[in-house]
Ligand binder design. Structure first.
Ligand code: COA
Ligand code: MG
Length: 306
């Protein structure tokens, strides 16, 4: 799978933002039909998204569409019309407010049918948005429901509403959390989602950070979710992309460290040892697995010489 470090959400009905998003450095561009689109613009947004998929050149980009949630009158038409007309361009469908495995099997079977009818090679992936108490509770089973699943994303504001957590900032998207709760307020929920994603060989994506004029807050939020095991973060504004890409890209220092761990391991193996000391720290096979993972990620992003 291509990197999914930054995922820019773009309101489906605002055409001028589509070209702007395409020209950005976002790894993923998500054309949104759900919560950034007012109810009376749903049809217009769907038609605009289809037009943008067909008219703009998305070569080399990962592009997704977020449909409306399955408990609305819009979702089935979003899926049908967007995939029938633009499915050959899309990489994945983002399904919001997934509550149960059945939600995913519905989308999966619809995609089967549309792909057969339109003679598309079966390729469309699914991003699962976990943003309700029920969805988080069932996230492990949701993750097993379809082999189309590629990514899990944490919907912070809807999840807060779902569990009745207090609103701290005007946006409700991750800002000033530490004023209310010491540490990482979403540590448990995010970690649980990450566990479900990784147990099902999917990537885990963090929620967006609502204050797009606060680069330091964004960096802190991204760094924390990266430390927990996330592979990327949603963005709601183009100014957020570079910081997110940077945080989720292994730094030269990380790569050098991983190389030294792998070298020490190769030497240790030649001496018949599983654990060795490097700079006065123990390096064992668990350290080696982390280093290998980082090395592979860096190699994928063409940051290593070999
Ligand atoms: N995608 C593409 N372009 C965007 C963008 C986005 N998500 N957000 C802003 N831009 C563009 C603006 O159109 C503007 O372009 P211009 O200079 O050509 O006029 C430029 O970036 C600067 O925008 P700015 O004036 O700083 O922001 P704003 O006040 O117009 O919009 C938001 C702020 C938050 C309303 C807007 O960023 C937005 O709609 N974000 C997406 C929200 C969303 O998708 N929510 C659902 C997922 S949680
Ligand atoms: Mg939401």
């Amino acid at each position: 799978m291509k990197p999914r470090r930054s995922n820019l959400s773009v309101p489906g009905h605002i055409e001028k933002m589509h070209g702007k998003a395409l020209a950005s450095n976002a790894d993923v561009i998500m054309l949104d039909l759900e919560d950034s689109v007012p109810v009376d613009a749903k049809e217009k947004a769907r038609a605009q998204v289809i037009r943008s998929l067909l008219d703009l050149d998305w070569t080399g980009k990962t592009v997704t569409v977020r449909i409306n949630s399955l408990d609305t009158p819009f979702a089935y038409r979003d899926l049908l019309e967007v995939v029938e007309n633009g499915g050959h361009i899309l990489d994945a469908i983002v399904v919001p407010k997934v509550n149960a495995p059945g939600d995913i099997s519905f989308v999966d079977r619809m995609l089967d049918g549309i792909e057969m009818n339109k003679k598309l090679s079966p390729h469309l992936g699914i991003e699962v948005s976990i943003e309700t108490a029920e969805g988080l509770l069932k996230s492990a089973a949701i993750g097993r429901e379809s082999n189309r699943l590629q990514t899990f994303v944490f919907g912070i504001a809807d999840y807060s509403a779902s569990v009745g957590a207090r609103l701290v900032s005007i946006s409700g998207h991750g800002e000033k959390e530490e004023d209310l709760y010491p540490g990482h307020r979403w540590h448990f929920a995010l970690s649980r989602m990450i566990m479900a994603a990784k147990a099902n060989r999917c990537l885990a994506i963090d929620a967006p950070y609502g204050n797009f004029r606060d680069p330091e807050g964004l960096r802190r939020s991204a760094t924390m979710s990266c430390a927990l095991g996330c592979d990327g973060k949603w963005a709601i504004h183009p100014d957020q992309i570079d910081i997110i890409n940077e945080v989720f890209t292994p730094s030269p220092k990380d790569i050098e460290l991983a190389a030294r761990v792998l070298e020490a391991d190769a030497n240790a193996a030649a001496e018949g040892r599983g654990a060795v000391a490097v700079d006065g720290r123990m390096v064992d096979q668990a350290t080696v697995r982390m280093a290998k993972q980082l090395w592979e990620q860096a190699r994928y992003l063409k940051l290593t010489r070999t």
